[in-house]
Design a protein around this ligand. Structure first.
Ligand code: FES
Length: 194
C-alpha cells in the first residue's frame, strides 16, 4: 500500500495543482536573473548617460564669425540697423540649420563704408533689449540707461555698469560677418558667456 510523503504534500496547498511548485521555482529564478541584470547594467547605463552628456547638448561652437547680412543691405548712413543672427546648431545626431540665436545692431558710415561696427542690443544692466533712437543713440526702456551711437554711456546717471558690448566684424565676399557672443549683465567689464 502506497503512502504519501508528508514533506512533499505540505509544499503544495490543496488548491494548487501538482505543477505549481516547479512553476514557482521557475518564476523565482527569472526574478533573480532580472534583478541581477538590473543591478549590473544600471551603473553602466547611468555612466553612459553622463559620458554622453556633452553630445546631447546643442553646441554653438566656440565663437565663430557668422554671416549676418550683405554689405549692400547695410546703408552707409551712420545709423544702427538691427539684424537677426542665425546659426547652425548640431548635437550628436541632428543638425539644426538656421536657428535664430540673437540680434545685432550694425552700422557703417559714408566716410568709411568698408568698416562695419557691431553693437550688442542687450543692456549690460539687467539684460533688457535696448532701442535705437532716430539720431543713432540707444535707450534702455527698463531703467533708462542711455548710450551713445558707439555704445558708450551717454548719461552718467545710467544704471548700466558699462557701455553696450561691441563685437568683432569682418567683410568677406561682400558679406558682413560678426563674431557673435553674449555677455554677462551686471558687471563692469565685458565677460562673454560661453
Ligand atoms: S536693464 Fe537696462 S537699464 Fe536696467
Amino acid at each position: 500500500m502506497e503512502t504519501s510523503n508528508p514533506s512533499t504534500e505540505t509544499s503544495i496547498s490543496p488548491e494548487q495543482g501538482p505543477g505549481e511548485a516547479p512553476r514557482r521555482e521557475f518564476l523565482t529564478k527569472v526574478m533573480a536573473v532580472s534583478l541581477g541584470t538590473a543591478v549590473s547594467v544600471g551603473p553602466l547605463v547611468v555612466g553612459s548617460y553622463v559620458a554622453l552628456d556633452p553630445l546631447r547638448k546643442k553646441s554653438v561652437g566656440a565663437t565663430p564669425f557668422l554671416p549676418v547680412t550683405s554689405l549692400e543691405a547695410l546703408p552707409p548712413d551712420g545709423l544702427p540697423h538691427l539684424f537677426r543672427v542665425v546659426s547652425t546648431l548640431t548635437d550628436a545626431w541632428t543638425r539644426y540649420p538656421k536657428i535664430p540665436i540673437g540680434a545685432i545692431y550694425l552700422r557703417r558710415t559714408k566716410e568709411n563704408p568698408e568698416k562695419v561696427e557691431a553693437i550688442h542690443p542687450t543692456c549690460p544692466h539687467l539684460g533688457c533689449f535696448v532701442n535705437a533712437r532716430g539720431d543713432g543713440t540707444f535707450h534702455c526702456p527698463c531703467h533708462d540707461s542711455d548710450f551713445q551711437t558707439d555704445g558708450s554711456i551717454r548719461n552718467p546717471q545710467s544704471p548700466s555698469p558699462r557701455g553696450l558690448d561691441r563685437l568683432e566684424t569682418r567683410i568677406e565676399d561682400g558679406k558682413v560677418l560678426v563674431q557673435f557672443m553674449n555677455f554677462e549683465p551686471g558687471v563692469k567689464e565685458p565677460k562673454p558667456i560661453l
